[in-house]
Ligand binder design. Sequence first.
Ligand SMILES: Nc1ncnc2c1ncn2[C@@H]1O[C@H](COP(=O)(O)OP(=O)(O)O)[C@@H](O)[C@H]1O
Ligand SMILES: [Mg+2]
Length: 299
Amino acid sequence: MLVAVLSVKGSPGVTTFSVALAARWPSATRTLLLEADPSGGDVGTRFSLASTPGLMSLAAAARRSDDPALLWQHAQALPGGLPVVAAPPDADRARAALSALSDPATGAGVVRTAASVPDTAVIVDCGRIGAESPAMPIVRVADAMVLLSRAHADDLAHLARQLPVIGRWTAHPVMLLVGEGYSAAEVARELGVLPLGRVPDDPRGAAVLCGRPSALRWGRRGPAHSALGQVAHKVAKALAEHAPRSAPPRQGPAENRPIPILRAVPGVPTNSVSANGLRLAPPPSPPNRKTTSRGGQAS
Ligand SMILES: Nc1ncnc2c1ncn2[C@@H]1O[C@H](COP(=O)(O)OP(=O)(O)O)[C@@H](O)[C@H]1O
Ligand SMILES: [Mg+2]
C-alpha cells in the first residue's frame, strides 16, 4: 500500500506524523518511510543518519532498475528499526532526486512497485504540496492520501479553495486536523468533508518522533504511549483496512477519475464547497439560520 502524507499550507507536522504513521503501522505489514519533501529532508538531520544511502542514491539506482527491493536497499534504520529513505536537507538536491524518481519512464514506478508487494506499506512524506511539486507523481499513484491541516480559520479557508482539486489527486483522500481549532463537526459543516480525526498537540510525543531527547522511549514499534502515537496507530489501522489486495498502477489522467471523496459528509453535497473560500455549507434547516463566517475557534 502506498500512502502519501502532505499539507497544502504551513508546517502542520507532516514529517512528524509520517514517522508516527510508519512506526505505528499494523505490525503484520512490512513498512518503510520515504521522505519525498522537495523543500529538503529533516529526518536525516533529526536522527543523525549518514548522508547516504537515501533518496539521492535511490533516484540514481531507479534509473537502472525497478526492483521492488530498491527502496529497502537505500534505507537506513531509525530507532526501533523503522527503515527510512531520507531526503537530502538541501532543497535543490531533494528536488533533483525527486524529479529523477518521478520520471514517467522509470518513475514513481519504483515506489509504486515496491508498495504493491503484498503486506507492504510505503509511507511517503510529500511535504507541502502543490500541482507543480516533483512529489506529485507519487501522490497521483498513491492508494491513499493523508492531508494534514491546522484547524484555524485561515488554514481552512485556504484548504476550502483547493478541495475540489485536491480530492482528485488520489483515489482515497482523507483529512486530519492538527491541534486546537475548529471541531470536526464544524469543519464538516463548513467544508462539506468529514475529517478522519485530529492529531493532538503533543510536544513530548513529537519530540521523540523528531529524534529529540524525551522522557518517552521509542521502543520496538515506535512511541506507542504518546497521544500522537496512538492517533497515528488508529489512522494507520483505518487506512490499512482500505488497502487494495493487489494495487495495479492507475492509468490515465487523474482528471478522468470520479470526483472528490474526501470523506463526504452524509447530507452535505460534495459540490457545496465554495470555489473561492471558506463558507458554510447550505444548512438543511431552518431556512433563516445564521450563515456568517466565524472569527473565533472551537475545539
Ligand atoms: N502533533 C504535534 N504536537 C506538537 N508538536 C508537533 C506536532 N507535530 C509536529 N510538531 C513539532 O512541530 C515542528 C515541525 O514539525 P514537522 O513534522 O517537521 O512539520 P512539517 O513536516 O509539516 O514541516 C517540529 O518541531 C515538531 O516536533
Ligand atoms: Mg516536513
